[in-house]
Structures are given as structure tokens and as C-alpha cells.
Write a protein that binds this ligand. Structure first.
Ligand SMILES: NC(=O)c1ccc[n+]([C@@H]2O[C@H](COP(=O)([O-])OP(=O)(O)OC[C@H]3O[C@@H](n4cnc5c(N)ncnc54)[C@H](O)[C@@H]3O)[C@@H](O)[C@H]2O)c1
Length: 387
């Protein structure tokens, strides 16, 4: 029973989600895969750190993440800060020889992510990036349908990740609107999740052609303030894709999508069958097979069930709802298992770099209003994703 001494940097929304996932991982999988010890939390907002200490029982609190990453009693540095800090915290943690668990996106630039992936590979530690949608049993099922050839030759991936969380123009500026903190807008925040799902199922993207829109170019500096600050990045991103395997794609993502709450949805069309999926109806995958008798052909609903990877950790029978936090539990389990048993995992920093390289190409394409290609030449020997 190996202890994993956790140092959490950033105790906001995702910091809490990580801690809750680690506790649930213990209940569902037991101590065999490691036992988290909540050793230290670092947050520059003292109130957030205090809540984490009191609710989770962290042994120590600091307002300086450098103290945490250099502490000899930390085994795993867990990074859940705004995007801009991922690079510096992850780099320092790797240099100190720590295992690193970093929220998505890995960093705010492809160059930083490449450097992190290269450094991590040399260190002999676990380096995990939190693209939790790859843990969704539905996406694992669709990946299997695609890779087994059951859908035939894949022709098209059409995806959207839309939310309306920022539709209200009176909502004030946050770090998500400022490029030096977020890197970009809807693309990094939401679109990167869909890129991770696309990478996981379809393999590498080789070329993109994109356009961006900012619907609300300024927002109040603070809640209720009449002083305005500029929104520096896109509310909506839309792009066309060429995949390395020859398939084509279209993806669009909006943070001001009226009526959409957490609409990560896609359709994949193959020559022998098609799939439709929507995270707002997380437990259902719609499948269509050309091999059905013509009279019976039509999309049919497959409820997630214990035969789908990951689902049986939560429920003994099909059709019982699982939810967002369960993806984080599976992520925590994969992470702990990698640390204590050396098991393989998909969401390495190389994976994070591929997503950030694609994000950079999409932004470049939108800026120049041209296709950007040659992306699939950046293949990593250590990655075993389909291509
Ligand atoms: N995987 C997902 O589904 C998902 C969902 C939401 C957010 N995220 C990612 O999680 C990260 C955090 O987002 P969030 O929504 O939890 O943000 P948040 O604003 O709720 O929390 C961020 C926390 O980091 C703290 N912080 C800021 N700068 C810091 C620093 N220099 N040192 C220490 N602490 C610092 C803040 O005080 C705050 O408590 C982002 O990278 C975001 O992209 C991922």
C-alpha cells in the first residue's frame, strides 16, 4: 500500500474536482493502487486554500507554489491553476523530480508544451494531463467502434463543444478573457476538450482552416462596474480539419451558445456505420449500421453498461446515469495506477503537446485566414495513438 503525498496548486473549481475524485477513487478501487495523503495546498487566494485545508484536511498550506514543488514530502504535484501558470509550475515540479498531474491545456503555447513533454520524458516520472473526456466510457466505446473497423472507412467527424456560461454580457472579465493568463478563448477552454476526444478517436490532425468571432469585445472590470475591460480572445471558434488518416472534419466551439449548457457533441460517419454522441446525454450513444436489414435501418440507442470500459466501477447494470465527476474518478485511478504500478496511460504530456500544437495551428490559420498543414509530421515515437 503505497502512499502518494499530494501537493495541490490551485484550489478552485478543478482543484476541488481533483480532490473529490481522489477520495472517490479510494472508495471505488481501494488502497491497492495507492493511498493519497493530502500533504500541502498552495493557492494565492488564502480563502480558497483555507477551505481546502479545512474540508479535505491538508496537513499544510502555503501561498507560494515554489515552496510546494520543492518540498521533499510531496510525491505528486497537482496543478489546477489558470492556464498560464501550468508551464512554470510543471517545469519546476519536473526539475524537482516530482510526478505531475496538470489540468488541461498543458500550457498556453505549443513551444512551452513541447519543452514540458521533452523534459518529462527524460525524468522517469509520471506526467499526466487532465483531458478527462478521454475517460468517458462512451468515448472509449466509440474509439473501439472506429478502430475495429466496424464503421468501415471513416469519412467525416463533425463536432461541437458549446456552452452559454458567458452569454450574459454583464458578467465581468475573468482570467479566461485575458490572453496572458488563458492563451486563447473558447478554443483552449472548450475546443481543446473536443480536440482531445478527436485525437483519442480519430488520431492525428494534419491540417486546419479556422475562423474566430468575439461577440462581446468588452466586459465590466468587476461585477456591477460601469468601467469596461477588453475581451482579448474568441467567444466562438470554427474550423475545418484534414486528418492524417484521410478523414475530413469540422469542429465549432462557443462559450456564448444560447441554450447550450455542456454540449460536447459529435457525429462520425463511416462507410459501414455512423455514431452520434452528446455529453448532455452522457449515458447514451447512438449507432447506425449499414449491415442491418434495410427495413430495420435507423439510429438506435446504446445505453452505457458494464461492458463499456470504466462504467462498471460505478454501476452494476446498464442505463444508470454516470456523470462528469466520474470521468475525473477514472482519471485519478489511471494516474494512481501509473504511479504505483507503472501502467500505461493515454494523456501524457506528449498528448497535451499534440493538442496545444493543434490549437496554435488553428489560431494561426484564423489570424492569417489560410490553411495550416504539416501538423501530422509532428509524431512522437512514444505515442501510440492511431494515425
Ligand atoms: N478538465 C476540465 O473539465 C476542466 C474544467 C474547468 C477548468 N479546467 C482547467 O482547470 C484549470 C483551473 O480552472 P478553474 O476553473 O478551476 O479555475 P478557478 O479560477 O476556479 O481556480 C483557479 C485557482 O487557482 C488559484 N491560483 C491562481 N493563480 C495561482 C498561482 N499563481 N498559484 C497558486 N494558485 C493560484 C486561484 O486563486 C484559484 O483558487 C484551468 O487550466 C482550466 O482550463 C478544466
Amino acid at each position: 500500500m503505497k502512499k502518494i503525498r499530494i501537493g495541490l496548486v490551485g484550489a478552485g473549481w478543478m482543484g476541488k474536482a481533483h480532490l473529490s475524485a481522489m477520495l472517490n477513487e479510494q472508495m471505488l478501487f481501494g488502497p491497492e493502487y495507492g493511498v493519497p495523503v493530502f500533504e500541502m495546498v498552495a493557492d494565492n487566494n488564502a480563502a480558497s486554500a483555507k477551505v481546502a485545508k479545512e474540508k479535505i484536511g491538508f496537513n499544510r498550506v502555503t501561498d507560494d507554489w515554489k515552496v510546494l514543488v520543492n518540498d521533499p514530502d510531496i510525491d505528486l504535484v497537482d496543478i489546477a491553476t489558470p492556464n498560464a501558470f501550468h508551464y512554470q509550475v510543471a517545469k519546476a515540479a519536473l526539475e524537482a523530480g516530482k510526478n505531475v498531474y496538470c489540468e488541461k491545456p498543458l500550457s498556453i503555447s505549443a513551444a512551452e508544451s513541447k519543452e514540458l513533454a521533452e523534459l518529462a520524458a527524460k525524468k522517469g516520472v509520471i506526467y499526466y494531463v487532465g483531458f478527462n473526456n478521454t475517460q468517458n466510457p462512451a468515448n472509449a466505446y466509440v474509439r473501439e467502434l472506429v478502430q475495429s473497423g466496424k464503421l468501415g472507412q471513416i469519412m467525416l467527424f463533425i463536432g461541437r463543444y458549446d456552452q452559454d456560461q458567458l452569454l450574459d454580457p454583464t458578467l465581468p472579465i475573468t482570467w479566461r478573457h485575458i490572453n496572458k493568463l488563458a492563451g486563447c478563448g473558447a478554443l483552449g477552454d472548450l475546443g481543446s476538450h473536443l480536440l482531445s476526444v478527436s485525437q483519442f478517436i480519430m488520431g492525428d490532425i494534419s491540417a486546419v482552416n479556422a475562423m474566430t468571432t468575439t461577440i462581446f469585445p468588452e466586459r465590466p472590470k468587476a461585477k456591477g462596474s460601469s468601467e469596461m475591460a477588453p475581451v482579448e480572445n474568441e467567444d466562438i471558434i470554427s474550423f475545418m480539419i484534414e486528418y492524417a488518416n484521410g478523414a475530413k472534419g469540422m469542429i465549432s466551439s462557443s462559450r456564448v451558445a444560447t441554450g447550450r449548457k455542456n454540449y460536447l457533441a459529435y457525429e462520425i460517419q463511416g462507410t459501414k456505420g455512423s455514431v452520434i454522441y452528446d455529453l448532455e446525454r452522457m449515458g447514451e450513444v447512438q449507432v447506425y449500421f449499414q449491415s442491418d436489414e434495410e427495413v430495420d435501418r435507423g439510429f438506435r440507442k446504446v445505453f452505457l453498461n458494464p461492458l463499456h470500459k470504466g462504467y462498471s466501477a460505478f454501476q452494476p447494470a446498464g442505463g444508470i446515469a454516470i456523470a462528469y465527476n466520474d470521468m475525473k474518478v477514472l482519471e485519478a485511478h489511471e494516474l494512481f495506477s501509473a504511479i504505483t504500478k507503472g501502467t500505461k496511460y493515454d494523456c501524457t504530456f506528449e498528448f497535451g503537446y499534440k493538442i496545444d500544437r493543434t490549437v496554435a495551428a488553428i489560431l494561426e490559420s484564423a489570424k492569417k485566414r489560410v490553411w495550416v498543414d504539416g501538423l501530422s509530421e509532428i509524431l512522437w515515437a512514444s505515442c501510440d495513438f492511431p494515425s
